[in-house]
Design a protein. Structure first.
Length: 74
């Protein structure tokens, strides 16, 4: 019974520490492209430039494709 108690808590401790915190921080910096939309609603004149702001996000979408790959192994 002594062997089972010592082996149990010793394995989950080091595995649960450095593994979940790393992959969980990568998807955080992606939700940044959401703030640029709210400022366009209050001012109707900015509606024109908003069209231009929508084009840059398209490029980010392409970079997001590789992101899912990292989530697949998780």
């Amino acid at each position: 019974p002594d062997d089972a108690g010592s082996d149990g808590p010793a394995e989950p401790t080091p595995d649960d520490g450095p593994v979940p915190p790393e992959p969980s921080r990568t998807p955080d910096p992606e939700p940044t492209p959401t703030p640029p939309e709210p400022p366009v609603t209050p001012e109707p004149t900015q509606a024109e430039p908003s069209s231009s702001a929508h084009q840059p996000p398209e490029t980010q979408l392409a970079q997001r494709e590789p992101a899912p790959e990292a989530g697949a192994p998780v």
